[in-house]
Design a protein around this ligand. Structure first.
Ligand SMILES: [Zn+2]
Length: 507
């Protein structure tokens, strides 16, 4: 007996549809269920304290000797005046003069520590007259606090103090030691600030259970097919490599041009690197991002991501079509400098280009150099690696510390979807990755498309309701961390945890 081929094909299609449907139905949410908590009553003076902090011109400079040291000093004195309880309860250490580390001793010296990090330097303002309010006036208008640093990152820096001040006022004593790590040079790499703070902690034998820093926010309308806001928690940062490509010794008169000029060679090299980028892949952090977000999507998105076994290639291809998602799934290749020639009738003897790569965590500086060499091996050029840094390690996305951050966000910001993500840029937190396995980059302010342009841009501002959420978040991080039982030396297993234990995961 032989079956009709059409019938066979029909049966196969039915089976395929059934598999797709079953896998989609089994695609469970990765969002933990929580009971929301009410944000604490905010002292009416709190927004004004933030506004005042925005008035100090703690403007970053490439050359550290050029900063206005008086402004930095005045800012630190202001902290003492504005947050007396913190300054009573915590020890304070100045690091490289301008960075500050506060230590609030925990009641259980064996239970590890929590580092809450932020920075108080800000980028310069290039068009002050285009602001509605002076960038350093610290104006409050219509539920917004305006000023340079309102989002990046003085809101976090001041919310940290405000939240600790409130915990102290409420009589709270932390079980785990709490550090506030306030850097002063994040915008120029954090070498004198966060890197030195991390060194200091390491020298004092501190390896924090968790580090919370800036890097992610609550995005509004940024993720297609998800109606709720999505809180993106940075779990790693990309690496960095700039490579100079040079072609030398090919000059001549432009009336009889040589067969190959230095400009030809360098532009060919750049074009070849652009045409042959490093491979895009859904594995790694961005793959996990999708696993957290996709179950919250509409039926089409859910079906697609529940069935990566079938659609991985297609989805990867689709993600490469948008520069933002493309950057999330591969090491990017960006030509940034092109330099040759001095006179219109001279074929320059030298041409140079610089190409900047942002390296995803599964690749390294060496992998990228190998790729560049193999792509350009036949060209008469020399390669000169310049600034470089490896990608950070990836903090866990499936353990109790990620859960703690996720739970805390959902407690203070009702109804948001939480997902880990790969931070495309760099922050101070890369320096803490060497002393803690758990570094999470997130502050719970809402970020619309419009707000994104305000960071490092014009009319930077934060709403007072977001600011209130930030304060609630830092308070709750400390409380939830204290409730989590994983004292070092207890080999990380479920130790004598207080009542609030890690919840059941539903995924
Ligand atoms: Zn920042």
């Amino acid at each position: 007996m032989s079956l009709d081929p059409l019938l066979l094909a029909g049966l196969a299609l039915l089976v395929l549809l059934a598999v797709l449907a079953i896998r989609t139905a089994m695609f469970r949410t990765r969002q933990v269920a929580v009971r929301g908590i009410d944000a604490p009553d905010l002292d009416p003076e709190a927004p004004r304290r933030l506004a005042r902090a925005l008035q100090f011109k703690t403007i970053t400079q490439r050359d550290p000797s050029e900063i206005d040291a008086d402004a930095y000093r005045a800012y630190r004195e202001y902290l003492e005046e504005a947050f007396p309880k913190v300054h009573d309860a915590m020890d304070r250490t100045e690091i490289n003069e301008h960075s500050i580390l506060y230590r609030w001793e925990g009641t259980d010296s064996d239970s590890g520590s929590v580092v809450l990090a932020a920075h108080y330097d800000v980028v310069p303002v290039d068009a002050p007259d285009q602001w509605d309010h002076g960038p350093f006036d610290g104006v409050i208008e219509d539920d917004f606090v305006y000023g340079r640093g309102a989002l990046d990152d003085k809101a976090s820096a001041i919310a940290l103090f405000e939240s600790m001040e409130m915990l102290i006022a409420a009589g709270y004593s932390p079980r785990r030691t709490v550090y506030l790590a306030i850097g002063h040079d994040e915008e120029v790499g954090g070498e004198d600030g966060a890197a030195a703070i991390a060194d200091y902690l390491e020298q004092h034998g501190v390896s924090p259970s968790v580090v919370i820093d800036e890097g992610g926010a609550i995005t509004v309308g940024a993720v297609p097919d998800v109606s709720e806001p999505v809180a993106l928690v940075g779990v790693a940062e990309k690496g960095y490599l700039s490579v100079e490509i040079r072609a030398d010794g090919m000059g001549g008169h432009s009336s009889i041009p040589p067969e190959q000029t230095s400009i030809d060679v360098v532009t060919t090299a750049v074009q070849r690197l652009r045409d042959n980028p490093l491979r895009a892949s859904l594995s790694g952090v961005t793959g996990e991002t999708l696993q957290f977000i996709a179950p919250e999507m509409g039926p089409a998105g859910k079906t697609a991501f529940a069935n990566l076994w079938l659609l991985r290639g297609l989805i990867t291809w689709a993600l490469t079509k948008d520069p933002t998602t493309d950057a999330a799934i591969r090491t990017t290749t960006a030509p940034t400098i092109l330099d040759a020639g001095v006179k219109d009738n001279v074929v320059p003897s030298t041409a140079r280009a610089v190409v900047n790569f942002r390296i995803r965590p599964s690749e390294s500086v060496k992998d990228v150099m190998d790729h560049v060499r193999s792509q350009l091996s036949d060209l008469p050029i020399t390669l000169h690696p310049q600034q470089q840094g490896e990608p950070t390690r990836v903090s866990p996305m499936n353990d109790e510390w990620f859960d703690l951050v996720q739970r805390t966000i959902r407690e203070v910001a009702d109804g948001v979807v939480v997902a880990p993500f790969l931070v495309p840029g760099t922050t101070d937190s890369r320096h803490y990755a060497s002393i803690s396995e758990h570094v999470y980059r997130f502050a719970p302010f809402r970020l619309t498309e419009d707000d994104k342009h305000r960071i490092h841009g014009i009319n930077e501002r934060i709403s007072i309701s977001c600011y209130r959420t930030m304060i609630a978040y830092y308070m709750q991080i400390v409380r939830n961390a204290d409730a989590l039982g994983d004292a070092p030396g207890s080999d990380g297993a479920a130790s004598e945890a207080p009542e609030v234990t890690a919840h059941e995961r539903s995924a």
